[in-house]
Design a protein around this ligand. Structure first.
Ligand code: SF4
Length: 335
């Protein structure tokens, strides 16, 4: 497939200031020089613990935050648009290509707006439809996400968590986007509802030819929806590969630890839960060398001094670990 999105050397630093003069006392490197691409129609997972920079990455791609440096290239209808370099005015016409679905459907919907107004807003703002045609478009979107159009005049509080997430999805799809950034779209939902919403996202992807960037801390969710997975740690990508490779043949000790926490499908399977030492480091003051070295049970002297680059070890598998080719790490079978 063709490329839809290329992220090149993307950085987002937040200054921490102090006092009346706002003197800069530290810099949080929330996204620290990351590069990846997403092909048309595929789903790339972005995983890691909270605070690793995955949501910030999504927001910088959408230009909810301006990047500190780097490029975000969107390929649309044969043209390349560098979203990172657009002015606010130029961004307006590009925004419809990229939409975001948020984690918390309770907070992301305005409680004072009816479902009709919520889903219809992007269509009205962009002069896509009005009057009867608008209502037909809204009804059609509601049907597509499994909601009954006769509930159009109701307010979000009248819907369950799963239904509210369906409303957010309908709103995100209103302008026929190319890329949808799903930020933990099922983690606020009951486990019983999670699979339904994931299946809906998969069906809609095929119907609307969507490309997803799927942000999650939960590898068992990622397994079902992603074609490839990028693992982030303290603002950097430490491993990126096809989902099957990540699960069955991890090459970074951090990925191995995350996988060890995934519930096993077969209760007879031996668990080898790896408990990581210490906390996720502060992104304003990361450790020397490999950021993971204070928590890594495979660390050697070089790890404290030299930061490993993300290198291609073949088969579209990228790893940032000095010992990626030597370590014999444990994965888990994909179900
Ligand atoms: Fe562990 Fe060293 Fe690899 Fe970092 S470079 S993940 S500390 S073995």
């Amino acid at each position: 497939n063709n490329l839809l999105l290329e992220v090149k050397n993307l950085k987002k630093y937040f200054p921490i200031t102090k006092g009346f003069l706002r003197k800069r006392v530290a810099t949080v490197r929330a996204v620290d020089d990351i590069s990846f691409f997403v092909r048309e129609g595929e789903t790339l997972g972005l995983v890691g613990e909270s605070g690793c920079g995955k949501t910030t990455t999504g927001k910088v791609i959408l230009r909810a935050y301006d990047p500190t440096d780097g490029d975000v290239i969107l390929h649309v209808d044969g043209t390349e648009i560098n979203v990172a370099k657009l002015s606010q005015k130029e961004l307006k016409s590009v925004r419809r290509y990229m939409q975001m679905i948020f984690q918390d459907p309770f907070r992301s919907l305005n409680p004072r707006m009816t479902v009709r107004d919520i889903i219809g807003e992007p269509l009205i703002v962009n002069n896509v439809a009005k009057g009867k045609e608008l209502d037909e478009r809204i009804a059609d979107l509601m049907r597509k996400v499994g909601l009954r159009p006769e509930y159009m005049k109701r307010y979000p509080h009248a819907f369950s968590g799963g239904q509210r997430q369906r409303i957010s999805i309908a709103r995100a799809l209103a302008l026929n986007p190319k890329l949808v950034i799903c930020d933990e779209p099922v983690s606020a939902l009951d486990v019983s509802i999670q699979a339904q919403v994931l299946n809906l996202l998969i069906d809609l992807q095929q119907e609307f030819k969507l490309t997803y960037l799927f942000i999650s801390h939960d590898l068992s969710v990622v397994e079902h929806i992603c074609d490839r997975v990028a693992v982030m740690y303290v603002g950097k990508i430490v491993e990126l590969a096809k989902t099957e490779e990540i699960f069955e043949n991890p090459k970074h000790p951090y990925t191995e630890a995350l996988l060890s926490a995934v519930p096993k499908p077969d209760p007879k399977m031996k668990t080898h839960r790896i408990l990581l030492k210490g906390e996720v480091p502060d992104a304003s003051n990361p450790p020397s060398g490999c950021y993971f070295h204070p928590r890594c049970s495979y660390a050697k002297d070089i790890c404290k001094e030299v930061r490993p680059e993300l290198i291609d070890i073949g088969n579209e598998h990228y790893v940032a670990c000095h010992f990626a080719k030597e370590l014999n790490l444990k994965g888990i079978p994909i179900t």
